[in-house]
Design a protein around this ligand. Sequence first.
Ligand code: ADP
Ligand code: MG
Length: 391
Amino acid sequence: MKRTIKDLANLKGKVVLLRVDFNVPMDDGGKILDATRIRTELPTIKYLIGQKARVVILSHLGRPEGYDVRKSLWPISIYLSKALPCNVSFCNTVIGDEVKDRIKMLREGDVLLLENVRFYKQEEKCDMKFAREIASYGDIFVNDAFGTAHRKHATNYALARLLPNAIGFLMEREINNLTKILDNPKRPFVAVLGGAKIDTKIKILEKFIEKADTVIIGGAMAYTFLKALNIEVGKSLVQDDCIEVAKNILLKAKELGKKVLLPVDHMCSIGKSPKVYTVSKMLPNMTGYDIGPKTIKLYTNEIAKAKEVFWNGPMGMFENSFFRTGTHAIAEAIAQSKAHTSVGGGDTVATVNLFNLGKKINYISTGGGATLKFLEEGSLPAVEVIQERMR
Ligand code: ADP
Ligand code: MG
């Protein structure tokens, strides 16, 4: 078990460098379009201010190349000052005398938000000189940036090697939830996997063939599997270099006695025509963009029988409303299910929010890449580097 902020004694007056993931969608005018990632961070910040720590928050936003006013964290300091019962100030740099002075002036139980760490190219390079400078400003490092934990950057990885450290509540919750899904799922455990690129999901497919009882496959990924079974998929998206992998995954499932469900019908378009067809047998000039009604029934019946469900990857090209039905039906079935339900992945969580079903799902992971990486590997670099809890 990793050390958490609850294990840190005597935080009173200490400067805590808290790395969070405030990588929220924001328009060019600085309006926050979805504050989920800030809201889920508040318990950790409130705990630290309750302990009378002096809290210095570090985060990235987007992928700026150097300073870019549209990627400033300043609007987030305004949000925080409304959401927190303490003084919140903002510093428009991350290193230098101004930061040092501001920290000196910071009172116990108050918060200072520093500017976007990705304005400095040293961040993604995991530059140790940059990290050492920042580390010199604080007493303790707390990492709560789950969404970035699959990366080794200066402020989410290197700082942990330079200061006494711990993880925050969000990181702890994410790790506990995902570990439970891997190690102690309720049964039957149904994993629903979709999305476009099978090559990015091979490891997770293999993992769930091992851990789940049933693996449901939808989205463009399904066509590579169907082609591996010599089923006509027309012009649908297939990754030919993954056909062998798909065959092996199906073979492994058979060996382990696991159920794999593949689409039995599709929503297709022929050529550029936006007209939607439902077919049970595809023709060579058709492209599949969504699962069909029989598949929806097959999949939702299986979900209804589950006690544990994990979902990653849309069932179709949901960005186009013609091909959203399958993803919507699956999201609805998961929301209605009595199982313990979890959803992860950037696009998948976006669809759940699009359908307004977030409240009906037990656990929504705040990570995209980090969530998948954790499920594949069982750990993440920025978590590995945190000290173990004293027994
Ligand atoms: P996540 O971000 O949740 O891990 P992915 O990025 O793997 O999900 O997959 C989402 C993408 O998959 C979407 O852009 C969606 O349009 C695409 N997609 C799903 N099914 C199809 C399909 N049949 N044809 C083309 N694209 C598809
Ligand atoms: Mg995605």
